[in-house]
Design a protein around this ligand. Structure first.
Ligand code: GZL
Length: 307
């Protein structure tokens, strides 16, 4: 959208310090931990009195955490909604309480809630584009005659899982060398990714490509493959998203082909956008984060900045 009309989203006064709600969904992987640290590291320089909660993977608890922040009184809410539909009540309650909300790293069901109306903006990557780029790398670099793909999906009902699936599937199926024989959620988690990969490997021993919606599941899949005597990077191609340290190391070790970056460092961007909004600047409904692609050509150059 062109920008936000302030009549629709609550105003935010320019202050020296802001009571800021940050309702994190979980802390079960390096990506989440890096994002939370980014907000804490930004708080002092941005004048935030940070009220941070962790919903331990429960959308319902994340909604309850937002409720309690509203009751405590916050000036602004930064919310990474775990799932597109269950977090809608949190967005609606914050708006009703006159609290400007910025969605961080994931979004909510856009049929129900829109930027500029129910929340100020979504700050995050283009997950469809990330899926496209993962598919494009595979199309350009897969040497086999036939690509038999197993897909490890992220958290069911989350915008990155929905859009990374859409972006990848739509693109890869344009190349008739490829077939997706199974697609199942590993909830963005390493151990579940490993378990799901073990099961799918039994059912599809001919698999020679794994597409994981995030590096944690990709690393879990690599563990499963090696336990089964397969050679990731040699007899099976692994394609992933995020850009964690372990993934960059797996690329350097020749076990993973590519990881499309999905940066977790939202603290500084959230500060910048919040201050612009308070100063009366128009904020686009989607503040898009640009991502890089990490392969054997550049993984070693970026591993020191990785999380
Ligand atoms: C992406 C973020 C995803 C990461 C996963 O913005 O929502 O959640 O890609 C994380 O690693 O679990």
């Amino acid at each position: 959208s062109a920008g936000v009309s302030f009549a629709d989203t609550p105003p935010l006064a320019v202050k020296d310090t802001y009571r800021v709600g940050f309702a994190q969904m979980e802390s079960n992987n390096p990506w989440r931990i890096a994002e939370t640290k980014s907000f804490h590291d930004t708080a002092k320089s941005c004048g935030w009195e940070l009220i941070a909660t962790d919903a331990a993977g429960s959308a319902a608890k994340q909604v309850a955490d937002v409720d309690s922040m509203i009751a405590q009184g916050i000036d602004v809410l930064f919310l990474p909604p775990r799932e597109e539909k269950p977090l809608l009540p949190a967005v609606m309650k914050a708006k009703a309480a006159g609290i400007p909300t910025f969605l961080i790293d994931r979004s909510v069901d856009s049929n129900i809630a829109q930027a500029g109306e129910h929340f100020v903006a979504f700050l995050g990557s283009d997950f469809i584009e990330q899926g496209n780029r993962a598919a494009e790398w595979l199309i350009d670099n897969f040497a086999g005659e036939k690509g038999v793909i197993v897909e490890l999906e992220g958290t069911t009902g989350s915008s990155p899982a929905n859009d990374r699936k859409k972006g990848f599937d739509d693109r890869i199926l344009q190349d008739d060398r490829f077939e997706i024989v199974a697609s199942q959620t590993g909830d963005f988690a390493r151990d579940l990714g490993r378990q799901v990969m073990e099961t799918l490997l039994q059912a599809h021993p001919d698999v020679n490509v794994v597409y994981a919606h995030n590096d944690e599941m990709a690393i879990g899949a690599i563990q499963a493959l090696e336990l089964a005597g397969r050679k990731p990077g040699v007899d099976i191609t692994v394609v992933s998203i995020d850009g964690t340290r372990d993934a960059l190391q797996a690329i350097i070790d020749g076990k993973m082909g590519v990881t499309v970056e999905s940066s977790p460092f939202f603290g500084p961007l959230a500060c910048d956008v919040m201050k612009k909004y308070a100063a009366g600047e128009k904020i686009p409904g989607w503040v898009k984060v640009e991502d890089r692609v990490f392969t054997i050509e550049n993984a070693a150059d970026h591993i020191d900045e990785a999380y």
